[in-house]
Design a binder for this molecule. Structure first.
Ligand code: FES
Length: 176
């Protein structure tokens, strides 16, 4: 039996009826016609479906829409405001940080979310995850994200064209 939920997506309130098994990604794409988040693997492996869910980046293919009644969602399409691209979108263009572009909306949303996490202080779960890894990710300058740190914190977003050489500088420029 379908369930009625409310979602605020890219600044617009929606009321929709969904099967409880519907992923947030399918609700966005198929019910609301927002094709900005992409379906790559549909298994939480590629990050193409990344959205900001109440300010936190998530793989929307892994989230059930009904579990997020009343939530606020931002997709790459919603980052542009009043006809102006978000600075991260501008930076990706300036750095030519894509090839086919399929992963780009997820990359950009994830990068924006990552910088918001950095500004707010890294979540303790994330800090613990890195503390248990062999990767040194903490910059000695708190205002600067090192390239290795960007790569590590963006590791959930894959680019099959391997445009990382331009993606990392695009994010780094916005991080300053
Ligand atoms: Fe969601 Fe790949 S489509 S992580």
């Amino acid at each position: 039996m379908d369930v009625e939920i409310s979602l605020r997506v890219d600044g617009t309130a929606h009321r929709l009826s969904v099967d409880p098994r519907t992923s947030l990604l399918d609700a966005l794409r198929e019910r609301l016609g927002n094709t900005s988040p992409k379906k790559g693997c549909d298994h939480g492996q590629c990050g193409a479906c990344t959205v900001l869910l109440d300010g936190r980046r998530v793989n929307s293919c892994l989230a059930l829409a009904v579990a997020h009644e009343g939530s606020t969602i931002v997709t790459a399409a919603g980052l542009a405001q009043d006809g102006a691209l978000h600075p991260m979108q501008e930076s990706f263009i300036r750095h030519d940080a894509f090839q086919c572009g399929y992963c780009t909306p997820g990359q950009i949303v994830s990068a924006v979310g990552m910088l918001e996490e950095a500004a707010a202080g890294w979540p303790s779960a994330v800090t613990a995850e890195f503390a248990s890894s062999n990767v040194s990710v903490e910059s000695t300058d708190p205002g600067v994200l090192m390239d290795d740190e960007i790569r590590e914190r963006m590791s959930g977003n894959l680019c099959r064209c391997a445009a990382y050489a331009n993606i990392v500088p695009a994010i780094r420029e916005c991080a300053r």
